[in-house]
Write a protein that binds this ligand. Structure first.
Ligand code: SF4
Length: 287
């Protein structure tokens, strides 16, 4: 059993009558010398780290060394917003929380990268609470996300320095969308559709961090990309499909990443990094 594309992953799941998470887990067992229990335990521990980072960030005590970010998750928790108590809001709070912990040098799960580490835990943990899912179900959801990300890693890139932020926050959003669909009872094809819908709509996203730090725009972008994942999941669960298949979306992302100038790929030489404010921040931090 193996897969190199999202199409193959979906076909395997359909042929075996398994959820994507179980296919990913079985392939992992076949590819490594680890037992099912060891692999499962490692993912369960990831879930625990995600939960801790969400709790730490939500408490609002984190400030990044530069002072640029920190405390926004708490701000969103305690201040009036458009729809108080709304599920989307909880997802955004979680995403800001973990991204702030990352910026503050705290412990996070880099899924798929540190810069985009708030998106998957935000969605998975908020869904878990909302739907009262068990840790076993949430762990399975993380395997689904991992399988989708694994295909991107093999066929394109997960690095902002190689493909822009579409490869980090874009892919994280797509992974979270796919995991959400499985957690909500959607079938393997719907998982793939959610992945495609989410990634397709973040194509071209530049990586232009202010002062070269994974802080601005990264932290708030995690909040946006997490809510974006839910939108894609909702569409896919309703039977809406991406006209462009998931694997072709990955190819498009790869092509766009290759065409993107180096100045927009984590070098901080263009975009937000070179705005007057971005440059002033850089100068201040360099003093
Ligand atoms: S802007 Fe760049 S550094 Fe920030 S999260 Fe996106 S890819 Fe990572």
């Amino acid at each position: 059993m193996d897969y190199a594309t999202i199409k193959e992953l979906i076909e395997l799941a359909e042929k075996e009558g398994l959820p994507i998470s179980e296919v990913v887990l079985r392939v992992e067992i076949g590819e490594t010398e680890q037992s099912r229990e060891e692999i499962w335990q490692a993912m369960l521990e990831n879930l625990g780290v995600m939960r801790e980072s969400v709790a730490t960030g939500r408490a609002g005590q984190i400030k990044s060394p530069s002072g640029l970010v920190g405390g926004d998750a708490l701000k969103l928790r305690v201040n009036n917003t458009l729809i108080p108590g709304n599920f989307y809001r909880e997802v955004i709070i979680n995403a800001l929380a973990v991204a702030e912990v990352n910026a503050g040098m705290g412990k996070i799960v880099a899924g798929p990268t540190a810069g985009s580490s708030g998106i998957i835990p935000a969605v998975v943990l908020a869904l878990g609470e909302h739907l009262q899912l068990s840790d076993a179900q949430l762990t399975a959801g993380l395997f689904t996300a991992a399988g989708l990300g694994n295909v991107v890693a093999k066929r394109a890139t997960l690095a902002g320095a190689a493909g822009g932020c579409q490869a980090e926050c874009g892919v994280a959003s797509a992974m979270a969308a796919g995991a959400s669909v499985e957690l909500c009872g959607g079938n393997p094809n719907m998982v793939g559709q959610a992945f495609a819908l989410a990634l397709k709509n973040l194509l071209g996203l530049a990586c232009d961090p202010v002062a070269g730090l994974v802080e601005v725009p990264c932290v708030k972008r995690n909040g946006f990309a997490a809510s974006h994942a839910l939108t894609a999941a909702q569409m896919a669960l309703a039977g809406i499909e991406s006209i462009i298949p998931p694997d072709e979306v990955i190819e498009a992302m790869h092509q766009i990443g290759c065409l993107m100038p180096a100045s927009l790929k984590e070098t901080a030489l263009a975009g937000l990094a070179v705005t007057p404010t971005g440059l002033a921040i850089k100068e201040r931090l360099n003093q």
